[in-house]
Design a protein around this ligand. Sequence first.
Ligand SMILES: [Cu+2]
Length: 560
Amino acid sequence: MFKIKFALEPFLALLLLSVVTDLSRLAFGGDFGKVFVSGAEVIKIGGKVHSENLFVVNRELSPDGFERSTVLAGLSSQNGTFPGPLITGTKGDRFQINVTDLLTDSTMARSTSIHWHGLFQKTTNYADGVSFVSQCPIVANHSFMYDFQVPDQAGTFWYHSHLSVQYCDGLRGPIVIYDPLDPHRFLYDVDDESTVITIADWYHDTSYELIAKRAGLTPDATLINGKGRYVGGPNIPLEVINVEYGKRYRFRVISMSCGVDHGFSIDGHDLTIIEVDGVNTQPLTVNHIQLYAAQRYSVVLHANQKPDVYRIRALATSGVGAQNFTNGVNSGILRYKNAAGNSDRGPTSSQQSHMVSLNENDLRPLECPGAPGKPYPGGADLVLNLTMGFGVAPGASAPSFFMNNVSYVSPKVPVLLQILSGAQSAQDLLPAGSVYTLPRNKVIEINLLGGSAIGGPHPFHLHGHAFDVVKTSSSSDYNFVDPVRRDVTLVNQNGQTTIRFLTDNPGPWFLHCHIDPHLEAGLAVVLAEDTRDTKSNDPVPAGWDTLCPIYDSLTPDQLP
Ligand SMILES: [Cu+2]
């Protein structure tokens, strides 16, 4: 996996940027941005500036042996990767990520914008990366600098395109924010780029073709760290994660799924969950996790089994004939150093006979557990009911998803720009009926009611916050004392999920299903927090102001 590992002082970064254009060629001998924690060493507490160049490019890629055109992020203009480069930093760091759009393939979107999933973007709503919510898209042959800080977050995150369904075409990458004072740091020995595990659904169709089909999602392959096989395809070498007997590994498992969920397990080994979606949890040991689009888990694996080769499983719940592990589909390899026998053979281990699956209700935040507000349903300053639906709207030809009878359609002018231009009430904000204004510093309770929204469970994500799930999709009871806190949770058809959060982050934040085609079909709303103070609280840089005029000057054949 490629890795961005710069934590240079700003002047040094500027100096380097002035003499080199291809950052990926820079080979740093030092350990910039790395954190070592031991009794004798000084602990670094963030504050570094990461100046990074990310290029968005088209490239023919065949991660599963089937070649297709893709949209990728890369460290150089020549070379995009899947997954995109690992971005790392330390709690407290600042990121200045200059995104340059070099897309040319008109069979997919050529504009772009990048969302840094799970990072709160406090005072930098403009950098949240959602096309037509917090910005206009970056168009081909233009750059835009996302400049934001991560003052109080650590854990496992990711980034992806947030323009239409573009991330299904490949623009997805991992982010890890390390915490030198991680309260769990004594539970593991290894936590570095080798312990990041990305799980992705992969399609031979472009995203436009996927949308045109309007069928359920049927991925062709499951990719583990960008490698995988499809049914009937060639025997592409599977991803190998190497471990040494006796060590404890913090695996950071990231769903980069465009829609499909995966059953994750590693044969013969327990997984102790210590973090979920950037929130530390009380340790919870399972051996199987159903991983939904955009969810993340840090799990500690103790390499205490017979040195051998074990199968990593990521079973897609739907796909083209691939609900199994035949011939290495849905699989990767965990290989012990000095594994017995031929270490090049594939995994022949068998799946745990006693499956202990994660029940989301068993997850407890490690720090400051307890939902804001009062300990009963409705015990919040403001209660919002959002009922989902599915059907063909009057006059429409194809079915859509609805939230309170309104299907989300991107506005022409980003919601943030509308707010900065003076629109402050929900009635004045577009898209009509899809924007909900929220007062500042209040406890919000949202009942997400699944209604007739088929194709679930729907993994709902709120930007700008983590939330307490006081009623999960799988429980009939409420928990106000120590409910799971995360940024993606499920909503079942005809079910109810209830979340709570405090409005401490002004700006318009997207709340949407993370099955990307569902979002495209309207399963989203915008929560506009404290519209009155957004302008003073979240100033925008000059470069942001130019995005819309440039995008709006595109001719129809250049869109999107
Ligand atoms: Cu959905």
